[in-house]
Design a protein around this ligand. Sequence first.
Ligand SMILES: NC(=O)c1ccc[n+]([C@@H]2O[C@H](COP(=O)([O-])OP(=O)(O)OC[C@H]3O[C@@H](n4cnc5c(N)ncnc54)[C@H](OP(=O)(O)O)[C@@H]3O)[C@@H](O)[C@H]2O)c1
Length: 286
Amino acid sequence: MFGASGQLGVELVRELRVRQYEVKALDRAQVDITNAATVENALAAYDAEVVFNSAAYNQVDVAEKEPQAAFQVNALAVRNLALACRQVDARLVHFSTDYVFDGTARHPYVEDDPTHPLGAYAVSKLAGELYAQAYLDHALVVRTSGVFGPGGLNTARGNFVELMLRLAGTGQPIRVVEDHVASPTFAPLLAARTIDLVQRGQAGVFHIGGGTPSSWFQFARTIFEAAGLEPTLLATNEREYRTPARRPKYSALSNAKMERTGLEPMPPLKDAVEAYFVERKRAATS
Ligand SMILES: NC(=O)c1ccc[n+]([C@@H]2O[C@H](COP(=O)([O-])OP(=O)(O)OC[C@H]3O[C@@H](n4cnc5c(N)ncnc54)[C@H](OP(=O)(O)O)[C@@H]3O)[C@@H](O)[C@H]2O)c1
């Protein structure tokens, strides 16, 4: 498991151990996946059947200034992993993003919809998908969206829920875009569904997004309701709130393919946010 300290990484490790698998959890300090020799040595040492890569460069706006850094981690490092997996006959499970789409669809995106990334981060993630599939016939690529998990309490990057709670603490009005819609996804469930797919021997591209397409404004409202907070929350839009990176306006993901394999649907966003607060309390006290 590479990128084991990220929001998703910690949940994959936890869920795999709950299911009694032996897991070698490697974070960036142990293995930097951009170093091909280190990746190759790690795989040679552990004789893994399945390799999970939840490491990523996720700074969508910063990537516009340093596209090479994003490409190193999100694309070329996936090539390192795919080549190393091929050498030892391991299955690769890799994660990608709703941002591979341009947001012009009028339906939740399905796996076969044409990709059209709008910026450096998105291009690098699409390249990662292609590298995983270029060298391996049975790679599993899971696209997800707006990931939030209690692991975000301990990561440098955090997540949208923690950002909202921090902003609420300032007492200032909070402005959130209402014209961008995604599928906010609870990390523990993303981990569980991904492992379900692996256990069923699935390969190819799958979407696993949260159960409710939601604008970031609606997501913020759901968070504050669950937290019992009442900050001044104002809706804004792409025109008023400019960012260095272009983002798809609508990037909700359809989980229909995942559900057709017999997996349980993802719960509504409200339930996932409530579960987040339960897990958050547990993570903070443990
Ligand atoms: N977060 C989202 O909203 C979102 C949305 C769509 C898709 N995704 C995808 O979902 C997956 C999991 O994301 P996440 O939310 O768990 O991200 P995260 O919390 O930011 O975790 C990413 C992890 O990758 C590690 N990492 C970065 N560069 C590395 C390198 N060169 N070698 C080894 N490890 C490295 C980071 O370590 P450091 O902390 O030391 O940098 C961090 O632990 C990623 O593929 C991501 O692109 C995420």
